[in-house]
Design a binder for this molecule. Structure first.
Ligand SMILES: Cc1cc2nc3c(=O)[nH]c(=O)nc-3n(C[C@H](O)[C@H](O)[C@H](O)COP(=O)(O)OP(=O)(O)OC[C@H]3O[C@@H](n4cnc5c(N)ncnc54)[C@H](O)[C@@H]3O)c2cc1C
Ligand code: SF4
Ligand code: SF4
Length: 407
């Protein structure tokens, strides 16, 4: 049984155990009375993005329009920063501020999102927030499977009919699949991109390889300038270039197959996606529909917006990644490079590697390549139903096309 605690405005609901499922990120659905819907609601079984995009945004992505082939349907994209940034936020705190403003304005009765476990700050726990001030408590990113949708039933039982949900793509896919059955008066979906998640246990193992004081790490982020930033409880900050990360002794299955084969990096079914990949050091907003525009408009005086930049060329990086992934045969795609060369490349990458939108396109293409290579190796039977057409399109320039029975 999970811990069950609450105070005014911030409820940590008690949730049922997860049902046994193959290829499951425990989005929370299997812990509810709708567990039987996993077959149609799961991103990992037979996702139908064109139908879902049409239902939610009024149209499916148009791969001839702007960057939709990479990032899904959108009305506008911005480089953005909450000004001033919110303390404790993962970036500047736009995500939690959007939801907080919906509560302040009375547009929603509750926000469902992931807060930190009382004993382990890196372990995500579903929470129901009704006091706007308490949104400060959920700022920041936590690693691990996060049963967000398990908060739906307790929220409904508490009488909340207008809600906002903050979620990552696999949670949002399932939420959208059951949305019509929930009988809500209003639902706002604020999404973040997501990639390379792992279990909270694995993440602790990673932290202990990075530092002698893993319990004092308060923040970690894989930044778009090819560095990992770590912050510690005593205020110190450490930046480690990706190429110098101690990855070679991580277990081969450090990243579960689900997160290596996830087909929706940028959260195409959210009303608004709040990430950082194309933000060149700031945040990156993808406004997908009228509701997303409405949410952003509510905080327009608090955000600095500009056009996202783009520089460099991604093709070489993605090709190299594809070759390394194929060679690693299911493990982590590590480059064999002498240590002295790693230092130089680590210094060069932020200067010459793809940046801004080109960096985000590169990451989305890498994810598509990874999905196909890993599924083909480990779960070939799933390919026909699990890999959407848009993922095949993204992988095509890298000589990855459907083989017999894969489409
Ligand atoms: C595992 C993971 C991987 C990510 N990878 C990328 C990436 O590759 N590229 C990218 O652009 N962005 C990624 N993000 C999103 C990014 O970390 C930031 O959350 C986002 O940019 C918003 O920053 P912010 O300052 O606006 O968020 P804040 O205002 O600090 O709010 C963070 C929000 O994230 C929610 N949250 C925290 N942990 C989880 C979780 N495990 N599951 C669901 N929700 C959670 C919190 O409830 C909170 O609402 C990832 C997020 C996660 C959880
Ligand atoms: S819908 Fe959610 S709970 Fe069900 S199998 Fe998929 S990830 Fe797991
Ligand atoms: S990488 Fe994909 S599957 Fe894994 S937790 Fe993130 S959204 Fe879910």
């Amino acid at each position: 049984m999970l811990d069950h605690s609450h105070d005014a405005g911030f409820v940590v609901p008690s949730v049922a155990p997860a049902a046994e499922r193959n290829m499951c990120t425990d989005c929370g659905l299997s812990r509810t009375a709708r567990a039987g819907s996993c077959g149609v609601a799961c991103q990992f079984i037979q996702p139908d993005y064109p139908a879902a995009e049409t239902r939610i945004h009024g149209r499916a992505r148009d791969i001839t329009r702007g960057d939709e082939r990479f990032f899904g349907p959108y009305r506008a994209m911005y480089r953005a920063a909450l000004t001033p940034p919110a303390p404790g936020a993962q970036w500047t705190g736009i995500t939690t501020r959007l939801a907080q403003k919906l509560l302040e304005d009375g547009a929603v009765d509750a926000v469902l999102c992931m807060g930190p476990d009382a004993q382990d700050r890196w372990r995500p726990r579903p929470v129901i927030v009704t006091d706007p001030a308490r949104m400060a408590d959920v700022r920041g990113m936590r690693m691990g499977y996060a049963p967000l949708l398990a908060a739906l039933e307790p929220a409904q039982a508490a009488g909340h009919k207008r809600i906002a949900v903050i979620g990552i793509p696999c949670q949002v896919y399932a939420l959208r699949a059951i949305e019509a059955e929930l009988g809500l008066e209003r639902l706002y979906v604020i999404g973040t991109p997501c990639s390379d998640n792992t279990t909270t246990e694995n993440f602790h193992g990673f932290l202990s390889r990075l530092t002698d004081a893993p319990d004092t790490v308060s923040y970690l982020e894989f930044r778009a300038d090819y560095h990992v930033e770590m912050r510690f409880d005593d205020g110190t900050v450490r930046e480690v270039p990706f190429l110098k990360l101690p990855l070679s002794d991580l277990p081969r299955d450090f990243f579960p197959l689900t997160c290596r084969t996830c087909v929706d990096y940028t959260n195409a079914l959210a009303d608004i996606t709040v990430g950082y990949m194309a933000g060149t050091g700031a945040q990156w907003l993808i406004v997908r529909n009228a509701r997303g525009a409405e949410i952003l408009d509510r905080i327009k005086d608090e955000v600095t917006l500009s056009d996202p930049g783009s520089a460099g060329k991604r093709a070489g990086s993605v090709k190299g990644f594809a070759a390394n992934t194929a060679r690693a045969a299911g493990g982590l795609p590590l480059r064999k490079m002498p240590d002295w060369a790693r230092g130089i490349v680590a210094w060069l990458m932020p200067k010459i590697g793809p940046r801004g939108l080109e960096f985000a396109r590169a990451r989305v293409e890498m994810k598509a390549v990874e999905t196909i290579l890993h599924l083909r190796r480990e779960k070939p039977k799933r390919m026909r139903t699990m890999v959407p057409d848009h993922v095949w399109k993204l992988a095509e320039p890298y000589d990855l096309t459907p083989q017999d029975g894969e489409r």
